[in-house]
Each structure stands twice: as structure tokens, then as C-alpha cells.
Write a protein that binds this ligand. Structure first.
Ligand SMILES: Cc1cc2nc3c(=O)[nH]c(=O)nc-3n(C[C@H](O)[C@H](O)[C@H](O)COP(=O)(O)OP(=O)(O)OC[C@H]3O[C@@H](n4cnc5c(N)ncnc54)[C@H](O)[C@@H]3O)c2cc1C
Length: 441
């Protein structure tokens, strides 16, 4: 069957394996020939080729809730359970996931494998900081448990390890308590990038923080933006405050002709959105879905970029170099006439000890680019800017980074390789991405 990531680039053909439980998965892995390669697959919300291989081992049927301990605030569940499923169960009990990415469709396995971050990384770290234990099927077919106390090196390589150590079947997660399911949002407009950085720093004690940037604004307006701050709203009415209201949205039924997305339409969109946000009230109370997952309101929005798909480019730079580096990236993209609907800036807190996790203390910028011929040369130029500012690219979004750029920016790749070799000596678990990055042959 034809398969792809959320960016719809690249596309490949693969066999889909859907084990019904961990025993079936163990049996499949043990019977694999030495030359065969497979990779775990969750909801397919990574953008590039990290979940593409000859055989995709889906966690779709590993979707059971095993134990919810409300006193200890922990949940044990299968790796195919989505974050949205968890919210449905937890919010009515005043419990919440401590870290949420921008879509609730992500599976627990995918959230661990990419060690995903949310709008609160500056305070709460990434998803795996709240993972107490993982059960994983290794290349030998053995089911192994790992955590910060047990098989620690396997844990450090699996959290953020993009599925390359084995297939995660279950995990135990810590939950947070919340007063209500609503978020009090405050928006702060910045006239340029300097002001945006200042607003982010001044509001660093806000639980959630994310800025949308008009990526085609230039000169004195470069980096003009709206910063969205959020905190959990206090409870007013216990009965309704912890009800989970799922939003149902419209869908994009087919791929939009890609010529509709050009510098002019992007520029009109960016400046109109900025003007609209400037006029809007600066505070509002939003439902969980509206605050955390605005894009989930439009099903299949990835089709808007046309049949060739799009590439999301996300990098992090340390605080010292981020202002200068992000200015250069925005200038370069704008100079090349490459606009992005969604240009998002977030502050990151300290890095953790996971070997391939993306976040490090500083700032992360995300841009979406329509896939077209001239794009790849531009992205190579952006890579050079990112490296020159001691940054790195996010593997969950990547579809084209070179081995050289990866190895120059992920300092623990050799330690990761040594652990992979120990648990997967014949490279049973490989992806198109791991081959491209020189992590597997
Ligand atoms: C609209 C949108 C917004 C997003 N916002 C954010 C964000 O704010 N922050 C952020 O960090 N990310 C964000 N992402 C990216 C997304 O969170 C990650 O790519 C995540 O890994 C996707 O999970 P998935 O279940 O779809 O996994 P897939 O895309 O299927 O796989 C991703 C990786 O996880 C591995 N994997 C999946 N399941 C397993 C398993 N059971 N065992 C072992 N390995 C496995 C795969 O091999 C692959 O390497 C966003 C994506 C979208 C589409």
C-alpha cells in the first residue's frame, strides 16, 4: 500500500502489519528474516519519513486502557491509545496530560518515540519527563521493561529514539490535576521579533506560551506576531467545568491545486490574520480543544498544500544565538518568496538526558513550506544558518536533512548507535529517515 507522513512527502509503498496484542507482535518480530526491516507506526502524524519502512508495525490494536490510578495520578495504557482518548477519560476526573503537542491524534507510542513537546516545555519539559515506565518489544522478540530506574540506557534511547530500539507496546504515564478543562487565554501583539522575544520572557511564568508570526513581514515589521499565553481556568461549576467538549470540524475533501498557494496568497493570509488578531479581544476563555488543537478543527488540512505535499521545518537554537539566527532564517525565507501559513515560535526549557530528544534550552521556530522544486536548495541554506547558530532540526518533522547536518547537531548520536547495536544488532528496526541519517545502513 502507498504510505506517507502528515506532510505527504515522501511517499513509499509498504506492508502494514497490525498485531492484535503484544504476543502477536513478539511472534512477528522473532520470525523476521535478518534482511527484513520494519518500524513502529502510530497515527502517522510525524511529517516526514520517520514512520516509513518496508514493513510498518501499527499500534492501532494496542489501544487498551490497562489501569487508571486516580490517587497516584498514573495511567497505564497500550501504545496505540491516542492522547485524545486519554483526555476523554481523564478530564472528567480532573486529570490531564502534562504535555500536549498540537494535535490530539498522536498515539502514546509516537509521543514517546519523538519525545514530543507542548506549549509548556519551558516549565514542564517534554512528554517523556512524565513517562514512568515503557514496555517494548526488542529485535530478539523479547518484551522488556525500561524506566529511569530499570534498563536506563534502553529508556534513554527509546524516549526520542524514533522507533529505532523496538516497538513500544505499553507505557505508564504520570498525569497532572487540573481545576477545570478550560484555558484562560491572553494574547499579546508584538510589532517585531525583538518585542516578541521580550513578551515571551516577561511572561515566562505563564503555563502555556506560543507565538504566531507573520513570516512574510519584512524590515521594521520582521517577526511581527501574536503571543498566546494560557493558564488553566479556575473551577466555577464542578459538574460542567470538567466536561470534555470535543469539537467537530470541517474537513478538506481533496488536495487543493497547489498554484493557489503562492507568495501573494500567503502574504494576504499572513497580514490579514495579523490585522484580525490585533483587533480581537486580548483575553478569552477557551475549551481545551480550541486552545491546544486549533488545527484538529479542520480534518485533513494537510491536503491544502496540494498533491506534492509540504515540508515542515522546525529547529531549535540556544537562547544566546536564537534572536540573530531566527532573524536570518525569516529574512532568507522571505527573500526567496517562500511563505508559511503557520510560523510558530516557542521557548524551550532545559534539555533532558534522552539521547536523541530534540528540545534544548532556547527557542524553537516552525515553518510550513509547500513542496516545490526550489524549496530544497533554500532548506539547505536554512540548515547552514541553523548549524552556524548551534541549532538542530526536529526529527519528527524532518523529511530531508542530510547525515552531515544530523551528526553535527545531535551530539549523542554515537552513544545512541552503541545502544541500538546492543539491542538491535541486525538493524531489524529501520526507517527511511534512519537510513538517510546514517543511523542504519
Ligand atoms: C498538526 C500537528 C501538530 C503537531 N504539533 C506538535 C507539537 O506541538 N509538538 C511536537 O513535539 N510534535 C508535534 N507534532 C508532531 C507529532 O507530535 C509527532 O510526530 C508524533 O511522533 C506523532 O505521533 P504518531 O502516533 O502519529 O506517530 P507516527 O507519526 O506514526 O510515528 C512517529 C515516530 O514514532 C515512532 N513510533 C510510533 N509508534 C511507535 C511505537 N508503538 N513504538 C515505537 N515507535 C513508534 C515511529 O517509528 C516514528 O519514528 C505535530 C503533528 C501534527 C500533525
Amino acid at each position: 500500500m502507498e504510505v506517507m507522513g502528515w506532510g505527504r512527502y515522501p511517499k513509499t509503498t509498504a506492508e502494514l502489519i497490525q498485531p492484535a496484542d503484544s504476543q502477536a507482535l513478539q511472534k512477528f518480530v522473532s520470525s523476521q528474516k535478518k534482511s527484513a526491516s520494519c518500524i513502529g507506526r502510530g497515527s502517522g502524524r510525524s511529517y516526514g519519513d520517520s514512520a516509513l519502512s518496508e514493513q510498518l508495525v501499527s499500534s492501532r490494536f494496542l489501544d487498551n486502557f490497562l489501569e487508571l490510578d486516580e490517587q497516584q495520578q498514573t495511567l497505564r495504557c497500550g501504545s496505540g491509545v491516542t492522547l485524545g482518548d486519554i483526555l476523554k477519560v481523564c478530564i472528567p476526573r480532573s486529570l490531564f496530560l502534562p504535555v500536549l503537542p498540537g494535535t490530539k491524534a498522536v498515539s502514546v507510542g509516537g509521543a514517546i518515540a519523538a519525545d514530543v513537546h507542548g506549549k509548556n516545555h519551558h516549565l514542564d519539559g517534554s512528554f517523556c519527563a512524565h513517562v514512568k515506565q515503557i514496555s517494548i518489544v526488542l529485535a530478539s522478540g523479547e518484551l522488556m521493561s525500561c524506566s529511569e530506574q530499570e534498563n536506563v540506557e534502553l529508556f534513554r534511547a527509546t524516549c526520542g529514539g524514533m522507533g529505532l530500539t523496538g516497538v513500544i507496546v505499553e507505557a505508564c504515564l504520570s498525569l497532572a490535576s487540573i481545576p477545570s478543562s478550560y484555558i484562560n487565554q491572553k494574547s499579546v501583539v508584538a510589532r517585531n521579533l525583538k518585542e516578541c522575544f521580550e513578551h515571551i520572557e516577561e511572561n515566562a511564568d505563564s503555563k502555556y506560551s506560543v507565538a504566531w508570526l507573520d513570516c512574510l513581514a519584512t524590515g521594521k515589521n520582521l517577526g511581527r506576531s501574536v503571543l498566546y499565553l494560557g493558564d488553566h481556568a479556575a473551577a466555577k461549576n464542578r459538574k460542567t467545568d470538567t466536561m470534555y467538549r470535543e469539537r467537530s470540524g470541517l474537513g478538506v475533501p481533496f488536495s487543493t491545486p497547489s498554484f493557489l498557494l503562492n507568495k501573494t496568497t500567503m502574504s494576504v493570509f499572513n497580514s490579514s490574520y495579523f490585522a484580525l488578531q490585533k483587533r480581537k479581544k486580548s483575553s478569552a476563555t477557551l475549551s481545551c480543544d480550541d486552545y491546544f488543537f486549533p488545527l484538529d478543527g479542520i480534518a485533513n488540512w494537510n491536503r491544502l498544500y496540494g498533491s506534492n505535499g509540504f515540508l515542515q521545518y522546525q529547529f531549535v537554537m540556544p537562547s544566546e544565538s536564537a534572536f540573530e539566527g531566527i532573524t536570518s532564517v525569516l529574512e532568507k525565507a522571505s527573500e526567496n518568496g517562500k511563505g508559511s501559513f503557520l510560523t510558530v515560535l516557542k521557548k524551550f526549557g532545559e534539555a533532558n538526558e534522552n539521547l536523541l530528544s530534540f528540545p534544548e534550552s532556547g527557542y524553537t521556530l516552525t515553518l510550513d513550506f509547500k513542496n516545490e522544486a526550489a524549496l530544497f536548495a533554500l532548506l539547505e541554506e536554512l540548515d547552514r544558518i541553523v548549524l552556524a547558530h548551534d541549532g538542530r532540526l526536529y526529527l519528527a518533522k524532518d523529511a530531508r536533512m542530510s547525515e552531515e547536518v544530523f551528526k553535527a547537531s545531535y551530539p549523542n548520536w554515537e552513544r545512541f548507535m552503541a545502544i541500538k547495536k546492543k539491542y538491535d544488532p541486525d538493524n531489524c528496526f529501520t526507517s527511511l529517515q534512519s537510513n538517510r541519517l546514517g543511523l542504519t545502513p
